[in-house]
Design a protein around this ligand. Structure first.
Ligand code: RIB
Ligand code: CA
Length: 345
């Protein structure tokens, strides 16, 4: 099987870290490089975190590039209240010194796409943060975009409420002008014709909750990786209790990564989507689900997923244990609630 060549554009970030761990244990994909954008944490901090994750997963060979350090127009607002001051749940793991990040993520994206275009290869981009780097790529290097055969963005929401405002999700709220530029490009640029943004939004990611029980199970199965996951998610779980009154943490980015690997994990529909850049709905992904506007369907909006099947893949890849062996325990740990459990009164 030829692995799919991908570039991960991210803002690590706790759930970005979990997504990278999943991807790095998945033979279906070959990560050509990691580009970092300002988001959860400043770009330089995110790049250090990407190097730490690559070191944990024994992949120091994968290059990391620093990208844009502020949104296109808005003032930069981080998400350190959610991810901790270090971006990895205030675990303050030591920085990697043997490898350093490269500069100019946008140039790396452009060079990689241009080379792929010459050799008639195809590249997939998985965007797990604000779309600032991608907007700059489109603005400066439109002619290399033909080489993109898949574009996946964790971001936005259709019918789910936002996490930064009643209607806006963080990645598109942090840099709405970039998100708008990217969605508009997929509706208008000939270099992107026939392709859509796969929008993995809060409608599906909110259903993916990593609970303390699941973390405990992961630690029992594979103490080394489980303890890393436990440590970096503790801050995130505390945030979710304070912010949303749930026990556990919504892991958005790993679902986007898993869906890239296996499209059967989610379903949705094609639509034209635009991103609002001003007013009280700033950052909202406005999905024309009923075709009011006669314009190209630039996006595929995910609305349904299987949390159990996701967790089976996530655990299988992180532990190396076959999903069918994990499934009974995962079913028991993910039972919707006691009233639904077999044998209950
Ligand atoms: O809204 C959730 C998204 O914003 C995730 O990608 C998280 O890592 C942050 O980037
Ligand atoms: Ca992210």
């Amino acid at each position: 099987m030829n692995a799919r060549k991908i570039i991960v554009d991210c803002d690590p970030g706790i759930d970005d870290a979990l997504a990278l761990m999943l991807l790095l244990r998945s033979p279906e994909v070959e990560i050509l490089g990691i580009t970092v954008v300002c988001g959860n944490v400043p770009t330089a901090v995110g790049a250090e975190n990407a190097l730490k994750i690559l070191s944990w997963m024994d992949r120091p060979d994968i290059p990391v590039y620093t990208g844009e350090e502020s949104p296109l127009t808005r003032s930069y607002v981080d998400a350190r209240d959610t991810h901790g001051s270090d971006g990895l749940g205030e675990t303050f793991y030591p920085s990697v010194t043997s490898v350093r990040p490269h500069r100019d993520a946008v140039q790396f994206l452009a060079d990689t796409l241009a080379k792929a275009k010459e050799t008639e290869e195809k590249i997939t981009i998985l965007a797990l943060g604000p779309l600032t780097n991608i907007a700059r790529l489109i603005e400066r290097h439109p002619d290399c975009l033909d080489a993109i055969d898949g574009f996946y963005s964790m971001g936005g929401c259709y019918r789910s409420h936002g996490n930064c405002s009643p209607v806006a999700e963080y990645n598109y709220w942090c840099d709405p002008h970039a998100a708008k530029a990217v969605f508009d490009a997929f509706a208008s640029l000939p270099q992107l014709s026939g392709r859509q943004i796969q929008m993995i939004g809060l409608d599906v990611t909110r259903k993916i909750v990593l609970t303390p029980n699941l973390i405990e199970y992961l630690c029992r199965l594979n103490p080394e990786i489980g303890e890393k996951v436990r440590r970096i998610t503790r801050f995130y779980v505390d945030f979710h209790w304070k912010q949303e009154g749930i026990i556990g943490c919504v892991i958005n980015d790993p679902l986007a990564a898993a869906y890239l690997i296996d499209h059967s994990l989610c379903t949705g529909f094609s639509a034209h989507t635009e991103v609002e850049t001003e007013g009280i709905c700033l950052g909202q992904s406005v999905v024309d689900a009923f075709g009011f506007w006669d314009v190209p369907e630039n996006s595929y909006i995910l609305t349904r997923t299987s949390p159990l099947r996701f967790m089976e893949m996530f655990f299988e890849r992180l532990t190396g244990i076959a999903a069918e062996k994990l499934s009974p325990a995962l079913r028991q740990l993910m039972a919707p609630d006691s009233a639904d459990m077999e044998g209950s009164l």
